[in-house]
Ligand binder design. Structure first.
Ligand code: SF4
Ligand code: SF4
Length: 447
């Protein structure tokens, strides 16, 4: 069967393509509605978890034939999976959502196998470390050469589509190509070695937030871990899975599983550590991606069993060697949880424990701390207005805490919080940091 026939079959056999039988677990109770950010801001049943499940069911049964109605509802979903955590009957909304995204992706592929910016980014840049590095080096040149100043003052950035000019203001200062190339591939443990860990550098995380990756490795090192980098690893596939391209997500997952297997054959590895809530959620669901596949499901399960968020490992290694003085002025902080870390990885206590272990820090929780900030992969770019409505709600709860530091555990949330700070005009009063940056500061690590 050729590719076109396979796509046609999938578009016809909707009960199979969509997670139809999963939809029966929903008893329509509505307990998930208060947890859903899009229902709360848009106020429409079709933009609630219950409404979306119904639309998927109706599409699978052939009762809804206009796929544009399904697309309008599903494309506005953040995929934050707060509804899963709120659901008393254990509906696996993630499966239903993913199946609908996959159907919509197939339809898009069939009608216009376009090579727009999204396609180029997802298929030609993100999975390719060399191209990502070249892009990062170009951004470094843009920042250092004065081009950035010209672009900002000339008004050119305002001409960019999808509000990309506003996102440009959020970019951190990138390391030079020389600094990037000098990063060691192995960080020996300091003090008594406790674990040997493989560090999952990711794609965007390593290109744009390389400093946070480097701080993560140095923190792990200080905590007694030997850290090794893995040749051949690639993007986790989360962005592809969330846009419905499960085939590419599987290819990337296979590449990662293979790379880590080869590394584990050379020397024993205790954990595979990541520092991005969204990537970690994808990595720990690799076994779901290959369900029923006799070769890849067991290999994926071994990978999943080793996967940990950095906060989990740093709480296992014992107290961090903190050097921050307690007589410094008290810093009020608040913690914006990553949805995928909370609702998929279920890592909730460890970041709080680490924040509370820093002297001179007062943690003030915001109202609804579990609610998504509206970042959600590239949701804030493709659904800018909806995302900003969700962000504005989030920022009002942040402001009520009086915090001067917002802590996050995911690159997308970090950029979104920076955007929120700019929208509120708080640039001189509030900063947004990754948890790793805060811990590194407390341990006196500087790069
Ligand atoms: S998804 Fe769960 S909480 Fe939401 S309506 Fe269905 S059963 Fe109720
Ligand atoms: S994943 Fe998030 S945005 Fe989507 S339906 Fe569930 S709670 Fe709402």
């Amino acid at each position: 069967m050729n590719k076109t026939e396979t796509v046609e079959n999938k578009l016809t056999d909707l009960k199979k393509t969509l997670a139809y039988y999963e939809t029966f677990s929903c008893v329509q109770c509505g307990y998930c509605l208060p947890a859903c950010p899009t229902y709360q801001t848009m106020g429409k049943e079709t933009h609630s978890p219950r409404g979306r499940i119904n639309l998927v069911k109706m599409t699978a049964e052939g009762k809804l034939t206009n796929l544009n109605l399904l697309a309008d509802s599903i494309d506005k979903c953040l995929g934050c999976r707060a509804c899963e955590t709120a659901c008393p009957t254990g509906v696996r909304y993630g499966k239903i959502y993913e199946s609908a995204k996959s159907l919509l992706h197939l339809r898009e592929e069939e009608s216009s196998p376009s090579k727009g910016w999204k396609n180029i980014l997802l298929h030609s840049v993100i999975p390719n470390k060399k191209r990502l590095n070249r892009l990062a080096n170009f951004v470094w040149f843009y920042q250092k050469s004065g081009l950035q100043k010209i672009a900002r003052h000339s008004g050119f950035l305002r001409l960019l589509p999808n509000h990309l000019g506003e996102f440009e203001a959020l970019l951190p200062t990138l390391p030079s190509p020389v600094e990037r190339a000098k990063r060691p591939v192995r960080f020996p443990a300091q003090g008594k070695p406790k674990y040997r860990v493989a560090f999952f550098t990711g794609c965007v995380m390593d290109a744009i937030f390389e400093k946070i990756n480097r701080l993560s490795m140095q923190l792990l090192q200080k905590a007694g871990c030997e850290v090794v980098m893995i040749e051949g690893e690639t993007c986790c596939g989360a962005l592809h899975a969330h846009t419905g391209d499960l085939e590419t997500a599987k290819q990337l997952a296979k590449q990662n599983i293979t790379a880590f297997e080869q590394a584990a054959n050379r020397e024993p590895l205790d954990f595979i550590v990541n520092n991005a809530g969204g990537c970690g959620a994808m990595l720990i669901e690799y076994d779901h991606l290959f369900r029923g596949d006799p070769e890849w499901e067991p290999r994926a399960r071994t990978f999943v069993e080793k996967t940990r968020d950095i906060s989990q490992v740093l709480t296992m290694t014992g107290p961090l060697p903190i050097v921050k003085q307690t007589n410094q002025k008290k810093e009020v902080v608040t913690y914006q949880r990553s949805c995928h870390m909370t609702n998929v990885q279920k890592v909730t206590k460890e970041p709080l424990q680490l924040i509370r272990s820093i002297p001179g820090i007062e943690l003030r929780e915001m109202e609804n701390p579990d609610k998504c900030c509206g970042s959600a992969g590239i949701y804030n770019i493709v659904n800018y207005n909806e995302s900003m409505d969700i962000l504005d709600d989030k920022m009002s709860t942040v402001k009520n805490t009086g915090a001067t530091t917002i802590i996050t555990t995911n690159p997308g949330c970090l950029l979104q919080m920076k955007m929120g700070i700019i929208r509120e005009g708080l640039q001189d009063k509030v900063r947004a940091v990754h948890l790793v940056e805060l811990l590194a500061e407390a341990c006196g690590i500087e790069i």
